[in-house]
Ligand binder design. Structure first.
Ligand SMILES: *Cc1c(COP(=O)(O)O)cnc(C)c1O
Length: 354
């Protein structure tokens, strides 16, 4: 019999979203409800012609675009086939057997998978009221902690903590603990992000961003991180060379340079989200304040959540069940178009929540 190595044989597969039939509308993966920047579409079309060649392995144009939009150093940026690639490689490079990676109770599930790949132990600090607590994170640090992984704003909660609290966390952590701040939804968070970007210069903090959410390029698979140079060097050893296709690099570069399109998507998403959340709260549902392109809906019990999910599925809307996050009484709804969210709210109104 052919056997996988023990850590792989013992690990669970990453739980993929259940996307049902192809005619259903998916609100399960936090994809953008708005169209891709026309400039990015045109750049992708033009890039098709160069598909005979390998892509730029050093992402020159893409890094230059990110550096100019964010005022950061291009040589400290790594680009991944989605930020998932970067997160996986970073964890495998800096944590191994016997090491602990500290995340939060409702933190990004892929981090747990990446820890299993590295044979490291994933530890979670509690999140009271669906919100990260810096004090509880600090209390959960042990001498085995190698990485602290924080998602801000959080997925699947949508909540955020103030950047000054992230600075406080960093200052309280030992110097040999790597802090990773995943800002997959950073574009939706209206607080000034410079304090968090500035932490990278300390040499012990990494920031993660993606084109999958606010830029609407989930299918192109492009993420990026802002790294201290030596941490980038180690992480890159584990990455695939030529990881991002030519067309994807061209689209992401143009999308980054089209900041006004992204900002308009963020503005409209927030308007639809706030209207939807307010309507749900009027029904008596708990919806934590979101700074992302989704909301978490907390029902009074698991049975009610299941009933809501069934009604939505029957009407052709797929939300994300939260059992995998230990929240079986919750559903997560990506913000779709205004019409779609009105339809979802109307279905939920038909159910009784008393
Ligand atoms: C969507 C998401 C990512 C980004 O994934 P990609 O691989 O870049 O598509 C990272 N972290 C969190 C928390 C996310 O929700």
């Amino acid at each position: 019999m052919i056997r996988a190595v023990a850590p792989v044989a013992g690990m669970a597969s990453y739980p993929l979203a259940d996307l049902g039939s192809s005619t259903a509308i998916s609100l399960a993966q936090n994809e953008s409800a708005f169209s891709v920047s026309p400039k990015a579409q045109a750049a992708g079309q033009a890039g098709l012609e160069h598909a005979t060649q390998y892509p730029d392995p050093d992402w020159h144009a893409l890094r230059a675009a990110i550096a100019s939009a964010h005022g950061v150093h291009a040589e400290q940026i790594l680009c991944g086939a989605g930020s998932m690639e970067l997160i996986g490689c970073l964890i495998r490079a800096f944590a191994g057997p016997g090491d602990e990676v500290l995340g939060t109770q409702f933190g990004y599930l892929f981090v747990s998978t990446a820890c299993q790949q590295a044979d490291a132990t994933y530890v979670r600090a509690e999140e009271p009221d669906f919100t990260v607590s810096v004090d509880l994170l600090l209390a959960a640090v042990t001498e085995k902690t190698r990485i602290v992984f924080l998602c801000n704003p959080g997925n699947p909660t949508g909540t955020r903590i103030a950047n000054r609290d992230i600075v406080r966390l960093r200052e309280a952590l030992r110097a040999n603990i790597l802090l990773v701040v995943d800002q997959a939804y950073g574009e939706f968070d209206d607080q000034d992000q410079s304090a968090v970007f500035d932490l990278v210069a300390r040499g012990d903090t990494v920031l993660m961003r993606t084109f999958s959410k606010a830029y609407g390029l989930a299918g192109a698979r492009v993420g990026w991180g802002y790294f201290p140079a030596d941490i980038a060097e180690q992480t890159r050893k584990l990455m695939n060379p030529n990881n991002i296709s030519t067309v994807s690099q061209d689209m992401a570069t143009a999308a980054m340079l089209d900041q006004s399109h992204m900002r308009e998507v963020v503005r409209q998403t927030a308007l639809i989200r706030e209207r939807f959340a307010a309507r749900l709260r009027t029904m008596g549902l708990e919806v934590p304040e979101s700074h992302t392109n989704f909301v978490l809906i907390s029902f009074k019990d698991v049975e009610t959540a299941n009933r809501a999910n069934t009604a939505l599925l029957e009407a052709g809307y797929i939300l994300r069940g939260m059992g995998g996050y230990g929240l079986p009484a919750c559903l997560r709804a990506t913000i779709g178009t205004a019409d779609v969210m009105d339809a979802v709210a109307a279905i939920l109104e038909e159910l009784t929540y008393e």
